[in-house]
Design a binder for this molecule. Structure first.
Ligand code: HEM
Length: 419
């Protein structure tokens, strides 16, 4: 943490718009800790980005999310480059905008969210659970097949959650490789190794590929409805009308993308944390009753979603700092989840942490639709792995992806003995 001594608050603020900062945990958390302490509502001006306010304290993030009239998601729900912001603006002006739930506000948001909501409730989760357990077993078996060593992220971690989400949507397993590639290109946006090409046009091209795939899916589910989430979306009515092509495809895109990289980052980061904290690994193995708390702590620890944005609809204040109408704020979840005012010893990984009021799933009307699924998947994986695990250690350096949006480990080389 000695870095924070030499870091200015302006430099710390700019780290929030720098994908590379997210690939370096120590650098990121030094910057966030400094902002929480000295400038918890801080205006960031960073080359290539439109200005924004960084919100780094847990209480302030909650306050913004709670008031979804004063702070709205449109038109700038995500931290993207000024170039990308401009393309979105042009698309909006010409009616070609791709909109997902996170781009919407009430009343539309409420109506559109309700279309998929039943598929994430406890009843649907119970129905899906045997399939999730089966997939967890399949991927732990695959670890065995890899012969005691693998890159956990690329060989296991990214596959399992995608299979789960494709199962919920009702898509065929044969589409798995294509979906995996597209999601990584989209969410790995700024990471050199993962992204498809150099620039914004390539990101848009990836998005268009997604939409083409899902447009075809909609047509087939309308012709022949089946009992799955894809059919619910394809055949939904809003005010008696079906969703437009763009809105239908947007729905699939948010489910497929949001449901995938987030959970895989959590599982890989959770495993890494257990390797780094053998006492916590032993504790969890001795007391499987801690699994729900441990999964929650993994989600806090990793915080795979680095931030969402809101835009003020009127002049206001956050923690006494004036925010003008039309200005945007970045809600820093990694920062909120290390807030010393809320978490006892926030940099300690504690599989029994209670209470654990983390904000990794956000808060309020946009609270993560898939939170129950993500929890179930994480628990199911470790419930299968831990009883079969004799030993585990790193076999190389773990690497984090460089992204300001969704990410975590992109490589986790491990060695293990597993039965
Ligand atoms: C929204 C985190 C897994 C679907 C969100 C938000 C966050 C988040 C922070 C925005 C909340 C806000 O604005 O207040 C996570 C994390 C996950 C995860 C950390 C895993 C550990 C999933 C899964 C799905 C999913 C498995 C399943 C499909 C969604 C959807 C939204 C959303 C549809 C948009 C909700 C809305 O705007 O109304 N998630 N998510 N997420 N998440 Fe997740």
């Amino acid at each position: 943490m000695s870095m924070s001594m030499s870091l200015s608050v302006d430099e710390a603020g700019r780290a929030l718009a720098d994908p590379a900062a997210y690939a370096d945990d120590a650098r990121l958390h030094a910057a966030l800790a400094l902002l929480r302490r000295e400038a918890p509502v801080h205006r960031v001006e960073s080359p290539g980005y439109n200005p924004f306010w960084a919100i780094t304290r847990h209480a302030d993030v909650m306050e913004v999310e709670r008031d979804n009239t004063l702070f709205v998601n449109a038109p700038r729900p995500l931290l993207t480059t000024a170039e990308f912001d401009a393309i979105r603006r042009e698309q909006r002006a010409t009616g070609r905008e791709l909109r997902t739930l996170v781009h919407m506000d009430d009343p539309q948001h409420r109506v559109v969210r309700a279309i998929g909501a039943d598929w994430f409730r406890p009843k649907a989760m119970r129905a899906l659970e045997p399939r999730v357990r089966e997939l967890a077993r399949r991927y732990v078996d695959r670890m065995v097949e890899h012969g005691g060593a693998c890159d956990f992220v690329t060989q296991i971690g990214v596959h399992y959650p995608l299979y789960v989400i494709l199962s919920l949507l009702g898509l065929p397993e044969s589409d798995f490789p294509r979906m995996l590639k597209l999601t990584q290109e989209l969410f790995g946006g700024a990471d050199e190794e993962l992204r498809r090409g150099a620039g914004v046009q390539e990101q848009i091209a990836t998005l268009m590929d997604f939409f083409a795939y899902f447009r075809a899916l909609t047509e087939s589910r309308r012709a022949t409805p089946t009992d799955d989430l894809a059919s619910a979306i394809a055949n939904a009515r809003v005010d008696g009308e079906p969703l437009s092509d763009v809105d239908t495809a947007s729905y699939y895109v948010i489910i497929a993308t949001a449901g995938h990289d987030t959970t895989s980052a959590t599982i890989a980061g959770g495993l890494h944390a257990l390797i780094d904290h053998p006492d916590q690994l032993d504790r969890l193995r001795d007391d499987p009753g801690l699994l729900p708390a441990a999964a929650e702590e993994m989600i806090r620890w990793v915080t795979p979603v680095k931030g969402f944005m809101r835009t003020a609809t009127a002049d206001t204040h956050i923690a006494g700092v004036p925010i003008a109408e039309g200005e945007s704020v970045l809600l820093s979840y990694p920062s909120a989840n290390r807030d010393e005012d809320v978490f006892a010893d926030p940099f300690r990984f504690d599989v029994g942490r209670d209470p654990n009021r983390h904000l990794a799933f956000g808060f309020g009307v946009h609270f993560c639709l898939g939170a129950a699924l993500a929890r179930m998947e994480t628990r199911a994986f470790f419930a299968e792995l831990l009883p079969r695990l004799d030993s585990i250690e790193l076999a190389g350096d773990p690497e984090l992806s460089a992204t300001t949006f969704v990410g975590g480990l992109k490589h986790l080389p491990i060695r293990y003995t597993l039965t």
